[in-house]
Design a protein around this ligand. Structure first.
Ligand code: M6R
Length: 367
């Protein structure tokens, strides 16, 4: 059942190229230039009337929502907030009939997310679910569903479900942009072309997994580790940090790179590993100056970046792991694959049960 892999997590990491393709299949028209969502119930009128979006989820699905926020804001120019489900319900959320609530859940059974969905519906919101299980409670109760077609995910640590959720958000953002006219046809076509290239680009990262293994073995003996990034790199950093904590039990934190100097920099001393994501081209210079602040305090920096930036970055960092270039909007769907591999191999290096980490369950049905 593990298809020749030693662990489900490893198998599921490797299933991502297929999961990307399956999640896109049937949702891009024959010309390859337009998104179609055949089962979608929202009318164009309703989509044009959306005033704000609230994305609600837990854990890794919440981190997909952080990417979703930027995707929708950049493509559609609608204000979006993202919240963890267990907090959302208790802050008297302001919901109107023009609010679109998006719940994200791999299992479709997470108790907090389901309760948030019901709360939002009771307040009159249209609720759209992005889920991997079409027969789940969340899929049944939602007004609209975008099914991610990642296939069953067995490992407790979510990998292919997360990246398929990103594909779901890209498709949704493009679809709304088509309806509301916030992107030209050429822009939509360009993003779709870049999305079609993602599966092969993920393959090329997976082909270099031994490189990731070597990096993981280097930092796995450490007690603390930091992830930094800006923009979508920061969203990806948060997911990378959760993945590492969950299966390697190494304490890690993700910070917006520019926020370090407001307190956390005090924790950086000789030998502390820092994984810096530096793919957001428009912000790269600023990220590099934050990396230099870390280096000056003795931090050991591994950077996830594009090949073309590697040489320049190596002047300031200790090592790099490169990923293929994509559009700025899509970067997390590649960088996170590198982070998944780092966590997986750190867990193996420590001899831990990577598929069943302590204290955790695959589906969390208590609030
Ligand atoms: O099934 P869901 O997507 O609703 O689950 C949400 C979280 O419990 C889940 O993503 C959790 O954070 C993962 N174990 C992380 O790898």
């Amino acid at each position: 059942e593990k298809g020749g892999y030693e662990h489900f997590m490893h198998k599921e990491i490797h299933e991502q190229p297929r999961a990307y393709q399956d999640t896109m299949r049937g949702r891009v028209d024959e010309s390859g230039k337009k998104v179609v969502l055949p089962d979608f119930h929202m009318t164009d009128e309703q989509i044009k009337n959306i005033r704000n979006v609230q994305i609600i989820a837990c854990g890794t699905a919440y981190h997909a929502g952080l990417v979703g926020r930027t995707v929708i804001e950049r493509l559609v120019r609608i204000p979006v907030e993202t919240d963890v489900a267990s907090e959302y319900r208790y802050r008297s959320p302001i919901v109107t009939p023009e609010t679109l609530v998006i719940v994200v859940s791999q299992s479709g059974e997470t108790a907090d997310t389901l309760a948030a969905l019901r709360e939002a519906q009771a307040n009159g919101a249209h609720v759209l679910a992005i889920t991997n299980v079409v027969g789940s409670s969340i899929a049944r109760d939602a007004n609209d569903v975008i099914a991610t077609l990642a296939g069953p995910e067995i490992a407790v640590a979510s990998t292919k479900a997360y990246t398929s959720q990103l594909i779901g958000f890209y498709l949704l953002g493009l679809y709304f942009a088509q309806v509301r006219g916030t992107q030209t046809e050429a822009q939509v076509a360009e993003t779709l072309a870049a999305m079609q290239a993602l599966p092969e680009q993920v393959e090329s990262i997976l082909a270099r997994e031994l490189e990731a293994k070597a990096h993981a073995e280097e930092f796995s003996s450490q007690k603390h580790l930091f992830f930094i990034g800006r923009g979508l790199d920061y969203a990806a950093a948060q997911e990378g940090s959760l993945k590492l904590k969950e299966i390697s039990y190494i304490h890690s934190e993700a910070y917006a790179a520019g926020e370090l100097k407001h307190g956390t920099l005090a924790l950086i001393e000789e030998g502390v590993p820092v994984i810096a994501l530096a793919t957001e081209q428009a912000l790269i210079e600023k990220t590099v100056s934050n990396i230099k602040e870390v280096k000056a305090r003795g931090g050991v920096v591994l950077t996830i970046c594009y090949e073309e930036d590697a040489q320049e970055l190596l002047k300031s960092v200790d090592s790099v792991f490169t990923i293929p270039k994509t559009l700025p909007l899509l970067t997390a769907s590649l960088s996170v694959v590198a982070l998944q591999l780092l966590s997986y191999y750190a867990s193996l290096a420590l001899g831990l049960d990577v598929d069943k980490p302590r204290n955790l369950a695959k589906s969390v049905t208590v609030e």
